[in-house]
Design a protein around this ligand. Structure first.
Ligand code: MRU
Length: 348
């Protein structure tokens, strides 16, 4: 079990580990409304596709608890519809957000006729179930992926796809944790992940909690190390996998995938089935979030670019399926993923 909790339910409130403050401080932010959760997702208090999905589910539950005594029930229903809208508008790329909201809506539909308090209690149970399942699924995919890594592998990862990006264990870092638990010696190379520094701030911190040897590198150092045979495998997470196997993940992932192919290094993507979006035909249809350019011109209080310079900040990119050696999921490892294999994966 990781030495921290990314999100937890305490005294009727959702508490989120404030990832903006890591690695300096570990502080939790308490939230009591869907709007508060939507803001926390937008501002990256909580981030990473599965963790965003879990937080959104709790956002719906919090709103149901707030409105549980409302009468007539149309007020309850309208309040929850508003909560769904606010949460859905928080960030566009990670499909787990929409997956979790759909699951909460289905649950709500199954409760028609229930009293407000009964419906709110059931929605909270559903949010707990989504969180608990996420940890279980990550452990399952971790086991599958661990078998792919040789002992003494030097593994490059990009962004943070760890316990901090999920309800626990992690996806890409879950594979690494499971490999280490099975007795393998794994050395991690963590891309710093410009511009928001999820690698430098979060992956480096998270792996240090588990004493997994980690070396931080500038994103642009990956090609050099690959050319010197100093990287044996790449593992990343995903925000959305399209029906044809194209993978949207943190900006810079595509560059790493191209480099890995150039150097004959396996490029693995680890994610639960809730990240696979069969309704989006290919990567071209995945909405790519663009954030404030100030994340590029500086960080925190520090500004390094000249005043008034034009800057752009697309925060995800799409890696074509052809560059993916295998998709590691809780059900199976899908080598050279394509439309047909992904369709069959959901039938297993
Ligand atoms: O902008 P972020 O930090 O939410 O982006 C996170 C990523 O790109 C992760 O790799 C992805 O969500 C997978 S997390 C298991």
């Amino acid at each position: 079990m990781a030495a921290f909790e990314t999100l937890r339910w305490t005294n009727g409130r959702l508490e989120l580990l404030d990832q903006r403050a890591l690695p300096r401080t570990t502080t939790y932010l308490a939230l009591e409304s869907a709007r508060g959760v939507a803001d926390a997702i937008r501002e990256m208090v909580v981030r990473g596709a599965p963790a965003i999905g879990c937080a959104a589910a709790y956002g719906v539950a919090l709103e149901a608890l707030r409105l549980q005594d409302a009468s007539p029930t149309t007020e309850f229903d309208a309040g929850l519809a508003r909560a769904h809208e606010e949460l859905a508008a928080s960030r566009p790329t990670a499909v787990n957000l929409f997956w979790a909201l759909t699951r909460m809506r289905e649950k709500q539909k199954s409760l028609s006729g229930a009293s407000g308090p009964a419906a709110a209690a059931a929605l909270l149970e559903e949010a707990h179930a989504i969180r608990e399942e996420d940890v279980r699924l990550n452990r399952a995919l971790g086991e599958h992926g661990a078998a792919l890594l040789p002992d003494r592998a030097r593994v490059l990862t990009h962004c943070n796809a760890g316990a901090l990006a999920t309800a626990g264990h992690g996806t890409a870092l879950g594979v690494i944790r499971s490999a280490v638990a099975s007795g393998k010696i794994i050395e991690v190379l963590a891309d710093e992940t410009r511009p928001f520094l999820q690698g430098a701030r979060l992956t480096a911190w998270e792996l240090a909690q588990d004493a997994i040897p980690t070396t931080l590198i500038a994103d642009s150092a990956a090609g050099h190390l690959m050319s010197r045979s100093e990287i044996d495998a790449v593992i990343v997470g995903a925000d959305r996998v399209a029906a044809n196997g194209d993978v949207a993940n943190k900006i810079g992932t595509y560059v790493v995938a191209v480099l890995a192919q150039r150097h004959g290094i396996p490029f693995y993507v680890a994610c639960p089935l809730s990240t696979i979006d069969l309704a989006t035909a290919s990567g071209a249809g995945i909405p790519i979030e663009e954030r404030d350019p100030q994340e590029v011109t500086g960080y925190g209080e520090v500004r390094w670019a000249p005043e008034g310079v034009a800057a752009r900040n697309p925060v995800f990119d799409v890696t074509p399926a052809a560059l993916v050696t295998a998709l590691i999921t809780e059900k199976a490892v899908v080598r050279a993923p394509d439309r047909e294999k992904l369709r069959k994966l959901f039938e297993l």
